[in-house]
Structures are given as structure tokens and as C-alpha cells.
Design a protein around this ligand. Structure first.
Ligand SMILES: O=C([S-])c1cc(C(=O)S)c[n+]([C@@H]2O[C@H](COP(=O)(O)O)[C@@H](O)[C@H]2O)c1
Ligand code: NI
Length: 482
């Protein structure tokens, strides 16, 4: 079994936390630097360093936006409004020791650290949120049309650009970035998950969704970096037992939203991500964080026991009172039995109005299209109808093809899905044995130190027909020659 990553998001997950945790785990800095310096977009700088969160040393991945692209993502006063004095007392240290700098995608130096203490933007009026509650731009000309198809919104002197990118704009940025094709595919997958969630939240076709914060350059940089770092670690399984989210509300460009925000809730719904709502105020799981977890999770079940190979700690930028905002990425070695594990999907449909001919035909078509198995169970269902439960077991990537066949070939109007299902499988190898009737294929399975061989049906049948002898004669000969 390959390397497994246990993502422990018990105090939330966001794009920058994930990148930082993977860098701490040993993700390839060179691959990341190459990608970062090739991103075809301006207005940001990246700093990678160490910070202390509640006294714990963590890696920090910080995308610093120049003034006109700021989006308050880490500004607690903006996100949550005035906080009680208690916040000051427990305010976590977020001291930066950024030794390394680079990737200046702008002309002039700037010293903006959105998440630094005391950076509350009080002096300047700069919140342009057209469709947000409490929009106070009375005194000045205001040229922002957030819902129009413009891609760039300049709010005037001293204000910020709110870039409203569509999915195709973001995909063009991803296409223009230097990274492996598998990292590129992953970056697109993550963004598409966000896009689907946004599309549902705003009831817009996916191509028409225009991203606000999530389309901002810092989120794009986070997502590209997440994909590049993950790709460089060659991890096969990602276990995400749960995402721990806070409660209350958070302010974003849409206005003040309930936590989990709609985009995050749509992601955890669509991808069956286990969610825990903690007794802590604040948005701990961002849409980007949820999308990364959803794109990567291969399982939600931790193995009964495992050994820890390495741990990476990624610092969050938001200072919360109840929990320290750290994501832990833990590389584990699963204690293996003598068998392997993989994942399958099970589709089920109860059918009371299709003929035996239709069902038999469908079974063949499903098998030919890559089903691992198809079976019928006689059932006695509602309205006193004898019927069949049709079950298909397949790999995740064949699911859609199976569903297409079920809908087009049978009379069913609904399919249940049980996914992902863990499967234990014995290691097997295809071998051949010599018999008096010719060579016969067998599968050899390994159970601990024992090897077992099972003659392959099709191969036995072929020899039996060729030699005009009973099936069992060839079968037994193959078994005995093992
Ligand atoms: O960008 C958009 S459109 C956006 C949508 C939503 C919805 O739930 S709809 C929420 N937000 C908030 O933006 C910030 C940044 O999110 P990242 O994933 O980019 O870190 C966060 O507070 C979201 O709740 C943005
Ligand atoms: Ni939205």
C-alpha cells in the first residue's frame, strides 16, 4: 500500500493552512517556486516561514496581496465585526519569521500583512460590497457593479479592486502556470468543486458563476500551490475523518453569511464530507479548504492502528479564541493485514417493471462497461410487488457510465449509491499451469505465507471444449498440477 495522508482538521481547514502543512511535511519547494513564479497574474507576493500558534511552531504560507487587491480574508475585525475585549487577552501570537521571500508579482514594494495584529483598516473607507448589507458609499462616486460581467472593479482612489473572475478565467490562469499535468488537473478539480458549490448557492450555471473572494488571486495561488505540493508528495490515500467547523456568522463580499457559509455547506453535502460543528464561534472551514479536502479524500475512516511517519503543521491566519487555527497533515503507515484495501462504489435499484430479457441484457452491458460485479436479488417490495434489486459494484470512475446504462436500459427512475465502500482484497497474480489437456490459466492469491490457485473458468472451458472432455476433468487437472 502507498503512502497515506491523515488530514486532521479539528480546528478547521483553509487553502493556506493546507499548503503550509504540506510544505512542513516536505512538499517540493522547487516545484512550488517554479509554479508560483509562472502564475500569469499580478498583485501578490508569497512568504513562507515559521510562526507560533499558541506556542506551537508551525509553517506559514502567506499570500500577501498588494493594497488594491486586498480582500480582508484574514482581518478579524472585518470578518466578525467588533469583538469583545476578551479577544485581546487571548489574541494569539502570530509572529512571523519569514526568512524566505520571493515571487514578487508587482512593481513596487509594499508592507501589507493582512493578518497582522492591529491591521483593521479603520482609517480608510474601502469596503465596496454592492450586494452586501451596510453598504456605505454615499459620499463618493461608486463604479462597482458586482453583478455585472466586468472582471475588474476599481472602487476609486484608495479603494480596492474586486476581481470577479469566471471559471474559464481561473482555468486560463491554471493553464498558464508551470506545473505537472497531474497537479494542473488537481488544481482544476479543486476549483470546479468550488464552482459547483457557488453555482448552487447563487443558482447560476457553472460558467456564469463569478467568484469574489474565491476568485481573488490569493485563493487561486492557494489552490495552485495546494495542487503542486500535494502532487509532489506522491500520496495515494487521503483520510479525512471530519472537518470541524465553527458557528455564528462571517462577513464576506456577499454580506454577512451564516457559518458554515453556503459554498462550504454545498461542498460537504455534494462530497459526503463528515462535518462537526464545534462549540466555537467563527468560520474555521473555508470553501477553498473544504474543496481541497473533498477533492483529495479517499476515505473518512482512520485505520485501527498506524504508525506516524511525519507530521506537518500549517498555520491559519485567523485568530480564534476557542481553538488554535492549525491544520495537521500526518503521513502515516497503515498497519497492513495480509491483504490490500481499495475502494468501490455500490449502486442499487429496486425494479418491479422490467422484463427478464431487459434485466439480462442490462447485466451484460454493465459487465462489458467495466462493472466489477452485477447481481439480482429477488425482493418483495411496496404495493405487494415481487421485484428485483439490481446491484452494481464498480470503481468510482465507472460510476457515471453504470448509471447511464441503468437509466437508459431499464425502467428504473432512481439509483441509490453507497460510496465509498472499503474492500479488502487478497493480492492476486495471473499464472498458467500445464495439464494433459493443455495450458490452463489460474489466479494465484496470497494469504500470508500460503499461496492458493484457482483455475480460471474461461480457460478451463476452452480446453474442455477443444479436447472434448468434461469441464470438471480439466478443472481438477489444473488444480492438481498446482
Ligand atoms: O467568493 C465567493 S463567491 C464566496 C462565496 C461564499 C459563499 O458561501 S457563497 C463565501 N465566501 C467567503 O469568502 C472567504 C474566503 O474564502 P476562501 O475559500 O477563498 O478562503 C470566506 O470567508 C468565505 O466564507 C466567498
Ligand atoms: Ni458565493
Amino acid at each position: 500500500m502507498g503512502k497515506s495522508l491523515y488530514l486532521e482538521a479539528s480546528s478547521g481547514i483553509a487553502g493556506d493552512m493546507f499548503v503550509a502543512a504540506l510544505l512542513d511535511l516536505g512538499a517540493d519547494r522547487k516545484a512550488l517556486d517554479k509554479a508560483l513564479s509562472s502564475i500569469p497574474a499580478k498583485g501578490f507576493t508569497v512568504e513562507i516561514g515559521r510562526v507560533q500558534k499558541a506556542g506551537i511552531d508551525c509553517c506559514d504560507f502567506n499570500v500577501i496581496l498588494d493594497k488594491e487587491h486586498e480582500n480582508h480574508d484574514h482581518d478579524m475585525a472585518y470578518l466578525y465585526g467588533p469583538l469583545p475585549e476578551a479577544r485581546e487577552e487571548v489574541h494569539e501570537e502570530h509572529h512571523h519569521h519569514h526568512e524566505e521571500e520571493g515571487h514578487h508579482h508587482e512593481e513596487e514594494e509594499h508592507h501589507c500583512h493582512c493578518h497582522e495584529e492591529g491591521h483593521h483598516h479603520e482609517e480608510e473607507e474601502h469596503h465596496c460590497h454592492c450586494h452586501e448589507e451596510g453598504h456605505h458609499h454615499e459620499e463618493e462616486e461608486h463604479h462597482c457593479h458586482c453583478h455585472e460581467d466586468h472582471h475588474h472593479h476599481d472602487h476609486g482612489e484608495g479603494h480596492h479592486h474586486h476581481e470577479h473572475r469566471h471559471l474559464k478565467d481561473v482555468e486560463a490562469v491554471i493553464d498558464g502556470t508551470d506545473m505537472t499535468e497531474s497537479a494542473r488537473a488537481l488544481a482544476k478539480k479543486i476549483f470546479r468543486i468550488v464552482a459547483e458549490a457557488e453555482s448552487k448557492a447563487h443558482n447560476l450555471p457553472i460558467e456564469e458563476v463569478h467568484f469574489h473572494e474565491v476568485g481573488a488571486i490569493d485563493s487561486i495561488v492557494d489552490i495552485i500551490s495546494a495542487a503542486v505540493c500535494f502532487d509532489s508528495l506522491h500520496i495515494e490515500n487521503v483520510i479525512v475523518p471530519k472537518l470541524s467547523e465553527g458557528r455564528g456568522t462571517v462577513r464576506c463580499q456577499h454580506g454577512v453569511l451564516p457559518v458554515p457559509v453556503p459554498a462550504t455547506l454545498n461542498i460537504v453535502t455534494a462530497y459526503h464530507m463528515p462535518l462537526e460543528i464545534m462549540d466555537a464561534k467563527g468560520e474555521y472551514v473555508t470553501p477553498t479548504g473544504a474543496a481541497i479536502a473533498a477533492a483529495l479524500a479517499t476515505s473518512h475512516e482512520l485505520p485501527a492502528s498506524f504508525t506516524v511517519l511525519k507530521t506537518g503543521l500549517g498555520a491559519g491566519k485567523r485568530d480564534y479564541r476557542e481553538r488554535t487555527n492549525i491544520l495537521r497533515a500526518i503521513l502515516i503507515d497503515e498497519a497492513e493485514g495480509p491483504w490490500e484495501k481499495d475502494q468501490v462504489v455500490k449502486l442499487e435499484s429496486d425494479i418491479d417493471d422490467a422484463s427478464g430479457e431487459v434485466l439480462g441484457y442490462t447485466m451484460k452491458k454493465l459487465m462489458d462497461a467495466g462493472a466489477l460485479d452485477v447481481h439480482f436479488t429477488p425482493i418483495y417490495m411496496k404495493k405487494n410487488r415481487p421485484a428485483y434489486e439490481l446491484t452494481v459494484i464498480c470503481k468510482e470512475d465507472r460510476k457515471e457510465a453504470m448509471e447511464n446504462i441503468l437509466f437508459s436500459e431499464t425502467t428504473t427512475i432512481g439509483i441509490r449509491e453507497l460510496a465509498p465502500l472499503m474492500r479488502s482484497i487478497l493480492h492476486r497474480e495471473e499464472k498458467e499451469v500445464d495439464t494433459a489437456y493443455g495450458r490452463v490459466q489460474v489466479k494465484e492469491v496470497t494469504l500470508g505465507s500460503e499461496k492458493r490457485r484457482y483455475p480460471e473458468y474461461e480457460s478451463v472451458k476452452k480446453r474442455a471444449e477443444e479436447k472434448q472432455v468434461p469441464f470438471q476433468t480439466v478443472f481438477n487437472a489444473a488444480k492438481n498440477s498446482i
